[in-house]
Write a protein that binds this ligand. Sequence first.
Ligand SMILES: Cc1cc2nc3c(=O)[nH]c(=O)nc-3n(C[C@H](O)[C@H](O)[C@H](O)COP(=O)(O)OP(=O)(O)OC[C@H]3O[C@@H](n4cnc5c(N)ncnc54)[C@H](O)[C@@H]3O)c2cc1C
Length: 412
Amino acid sequence: METPANKDGKPALVVIGNGMAGMRTVEELLKLAPELYDITVFGAEPHGNYNRIMLSPVLAGDKSIDDIMLNTREWYAQNGITLHAGDPVEHIDRRRRVVRAKSGIEVQYDRLLLATGSTPFIIPVPGHELPGVIAFRDIQDVDAMLEAARKHRHAVVIGGGLLGLEAANGLMRQGMEVTVVHVTDTLMNQQLDKPAAELLKKALEARGLRFLLNADTAGIVGPDRVSAVRFKDGSEIPADLVVMTAGVRPNIALAKTAGLHCERAIIVDDTLQTYDPRIYAVGECVQHRRATFGLVAPIWDQARVAGAHLAGAGHRRYVQQATATTLKVTGVDLYSAGDFIGADDTEDLVLRDPRRGVYKRLVLRGNRLVGAVLYGDVKDGPWYFDLIQSGRDISAFRRELPFGQAMCQKAA
Ligand SMILES: Cc1cc2nc3c(=O)[nH]c(=O)nc-3n(C[C@H](O)[C@H](O)[C@H](O)COP(=O)(O)OP(=O)(O)OC[C@H]3O[C@@H](n4cnc5c(N)ncnc54)[C@H](O)[C@@H]3O)c2cc1C
């Protein structure tokens, strides 16, 4: 057992989860109080910390794994952090304040940070455990996809959200014939309205992707490796690789077994503290008020707050903000932010320019912009996003709003 916890007389901080949220929180902490803790990090993956977002460009062949490493093992050593990579924590004993990893290593903590992320949701249809059925979450998944692309021809991606489309694009760029299967009639339905989704579908079809919308997967077929996907209507399409991108679930098994209060995820307050004052949690494994998280922008805010509280500079509070998304497919320009669907009390300003392939929908509540969907011309996306976040009164340039910042500045 690795004891005592505070070998240099320092309190011990143990971090479970060597991903984006956990390490960003440690970086924020080190900025404020580099010498405060003895830090030990456990990571289930056998690597340093990498930029998960950039797995899509790695799959597409635009970047290498080395390009996307954020903190190498040397960084941990330079900062006096003990890293146990490839060694997941299996048990938290809150009474003794000890965590135990798979290898048997036990480490005592004064403060514990949970940053266990999410687990991909694998639709439990018959055949989902066949070789060749994978998710898209980590380096191992990308390696499996690249290997499949070298050996096989037909890929099916189940789930036409952001992750699914990036997986499909990457596999197509690796030479596979790719069909995206989506259960509703709108791609990226969490980010796009129907007209924008239709433009996106056409653009991706023109590049060679195939789509099966309103398609309900009934099973994965194959004797000892996947060979086809079967639908509820009885039809089948060939598949040598099936990538499931049908959502994620917060990874809370460890927290639950430790008796921490969880609903859909680990409940935290505005300081990212769990119901146990010694334990903080950040990232996709947390639930703040009713919300859970799937993008890095809110996670960076959480990391800043949790890092400050761990540093003992506890004046920051986490406040949820509107988020914005883009699709990382080269040559496809889309941007979505805030409440892009709207409600009974909102109005839409819509600009369509089919010849240029441009579509913009701006959602207003009174004199404030609350949401935006942009397709084909996204250069004003960040400016619209600022307007959404600041809640600025747009009445002085409401008419010019769809034409972007330059026109609005002239009008105001
Ligand atoms: C391909 C892809 C593309 C994406 N693109 C975007 C994008 O464009 N924009 C955006 O904002 N977001 C994007 N995301 C989402 C973003 O990556 C996540 O929101 C972010 O990584 C969440 O950070 P996290 O630390 O909570 O989880 P993770 O980054 O998943 O880190 C959690 C870590 O904890 C480890 N772990 C779990 N259990 C244990 C345990 N018991 N012991 C030790 N370690 C454990 C996991 O192995 C993992 O390494 C993308 C995600 C993927 C997969």
